[in-house]
Every structure is written in structure tokens, then in C-alpha cells.
Design a protein around this ligand. Structure first.
Ligand SMILES: *Cc1c(COP(=O)(O)O)cnc(C)c1O
Length: 242
């Protein structure tokens, strides 16, 4: 068996992933209907962390073009193994330490988890000339959880202003990983505040168009609160082992 063969999905896995993407797309459509939004306003980011290259190829064959990875080394090796799929857009969505910024700066098109200026400066300096600017989202800790990364909502305006100094970064919006155990009331409150902060940011920066919010288990609420990009792993690729 050749390497290419081992990275090709088998027929049943291909069918499974195709069906899952259809189902998720239908759920996005339903949530958009319920909020009187157009499904074209919500992009699907397939979160492929821990999943093999063959799964990404299966999703690609099903028409998926945007993929999210959380771990630098794993992500970079996937990006470099799939340069034949030239129209994939790769998003880095995980925590990033400053000694790994170069890998993200040079291999990804988007970075969702920006919450430190030191990281921004390094990404800006390490993005190669000739590459388009790195598209960045500011990660916000919308539920003020000690365990979570992200800046506070009250810091968004000043952080965004500071990012304007970096010409290899284009600020496109905000990202959050909400707490999973919120009551519906807490969720409405924190998603609502986040949506409002996004609106304020859009009013200041015309290129800001992306609210990265919503995972497999909060897709409806995210779309109701203005999400323009949902990050879906489990509902497409199945449970992760790790
Ligand atoms: C893993 C992950 C996801 C996908 O979560 P699922 O529940 O599997 O859909 C989305 N966003 C981030 C930042 C993640 O780490």
C-alpha cells in the first residue's frame, strides 16, 4: 500500500463524514431560519484536531474547505501534508505559546486565539513577506473563568486599537469558548454581551466581520447571538479519544 492510499478515506468513513456535514449544515440552516438570518452569514469551520488526515480528505471531498486545528505540531504537519488541497483555509484555534508562534505565522491563514500583544507582535514579525496578512480574532473570556484564556470584554477596544500597529495582521473579529455548564439565563447574558462587543468593534473597524462562536453543543444559541462562524468537531468527525 502506498502512502497516498493510507491517507485516502475508505468508502464507509467517507459516507459517514459526508452525512454528518449534511446534518450539521441542516442544523445551521434551521438555526438561521429561527433567527431570521441567512445561512450564508454563518460559515462552518470543521475542527479536525486529533483526527487523521484521511478524515480531513473525506470532509474536503464532501465540499468542506475550512478546517480548524488546536495543536501546533499536529496542525503544521497536517497543513504541510495536504498542500495538494490548495484551496483549504487553515485556522489555528488552540492556545499558543510564544515559542511556537512562527509555526502558526507561516502555516495558517487564520488565528482565533489571540489574547496577548506579545504573541501578536511575534506573529506579525514572523509572517513571511509575500504571504497575505494573518487573519486574527481576539479571544475573549466571556464568562470570566479562571481556567480559560482570553481577554476581558472591557479590554476589547484597547486591545483592538493596539493591534492596528501590526501590518501583517488583519483584525477580523472575536472568538469565545463559553462555559459549558451555563444556565440558559447565564448563556443569554454572556452571549448577548459578547454580541454587543462585536457590534461595537464592527462600528470602529470596517473589515471586522467574524464572530467565532458555537460548537457542537451550543450551535443554536450561538447563531441566535450573531455567530458568523461555528467551530464544529464532534458532530462532524465523531467523539475524540483524547
Ligand atoms: C475542540 C474545539 C472545538 C470543537 O468542539 P466540538 O464540541 O467537538 O464541536 C471548537 N472550538 C475549539 C476552540 C475547540 O478547542
Amino acid at each position: 500500500m502506498t502512502i497516498a492510499d493510507s491517507n485516502a478515506p475508505d468508502d464507509s468513513r467517507q459516507g459517514q463524514i459526508e452525512q454528518a456535514i449534511r446534518q450539521v449544515t441542516a442544523l445551521i440552516g434551521k438555526a438561521c431560519d429561527a433567527s431570521e438570518r441567512s445561512p450564508q452569514q454563518v460559515r462552518l469551520l470543521a475542527v479536525s484536531k486529533t483526527k487523521p488526515e484521511s478524515d480531513i480528505r473525506a470532509a474536503y471531498q464532501a465540499g468542506q474547505r475550512e478546517f480548524g486545528e488546536n495543536y501546533v505540531q499536529e496542525g503544521v504537519s497536517k497543513v504541510q501534508a495536504m498542500t495538494d488541497l490548495a484551496d483549504i483555509t487553515w485556522h489555528f484555534i488552540g492556545p499558543l505559546q510564544s515559542n511556537k508562534t512562527k509555526d502558526v505565522a507561516q502555516n495558517f491563514a487564520w488565528m482565533h486565539s489571540l489574547d496577548r500583544l506579545k504573541i501578536a507582535r511575534r506573529l506579525n514579525d514572523q509572517r513571511m513577506k509575500g504571504q497575505p496578512p494573518l487573519q486574527v480574532l481576539i479571544q475573549v473570556n466571556i464568562d470570566d473563568e479562571h481556567s480559560k484564556a482570553g481577554i476581558n470584554l472591557t479590554e476589547v477596544a484597547s486591545f483592538a486599537a493596539a493591534l492596528q500597529a501590526f501590518d501583517q495582521l488583519t483584525l477580523r473579529g472575536l472568538m469565545a469558548i463559553p462555559r459549558a455548564d451555563a444556565t440558559p439565563e447565564q448563556q443569554a447574558q454572556s452571549y448577548g454581551a459578547f454580541q454587543q462587543a462585536f457590534g461595537n468593534l464592527q462600528a470602529s473597524y470596517p473589515q471586522v466581520d467574524t464572530l467565532s462562536l458555537g460548537m457542537s453543543n451550543d450551535l443554536d444559541a450561538a447563531i441566535q447571538h450573531g455567530s458568523t462562524m461555528v467551530r464544529i468537531g464532534t458532530a462532524i468527525f465523531g467523539k475524540r479519544d483524547t
